[in-house]
Design a protein around this ligand. Sequence first.
Ligand SMILES: [Zn+2]
Length: 99
Amino acid sequence: MEEHPDPYDEAAREAVELANQIADRHQDADLWDISDGLLMGAIHYWLYSRQPCEDPMCEECEPVSNSDQRLVELLRLVEHFARESEYFHSANDVSIGRA
Ligand SMILES: [Zn+2]
């Protein structure tokens, strides 16, 4: 175990560990319910962290200066993380339009 893990890596790793612990405690639980709850909590925390400061001209807060911009940024990150996930593609994916 690292003494001072990077907070970004630590948050990502421990979110998955938390989901696994919840699944272990609730053997009959639907994994979709656990992952949806995890996603809801993550989005809640992300939005909390992206509240703009009181300065309307603040350059740092400009990309998240209103709810629509926060949603655009959130969806951009969601797509990025999804596409870089090792689970994005599945061997069982249904192919459409292939001869
Ligand atoms: Zn600011």
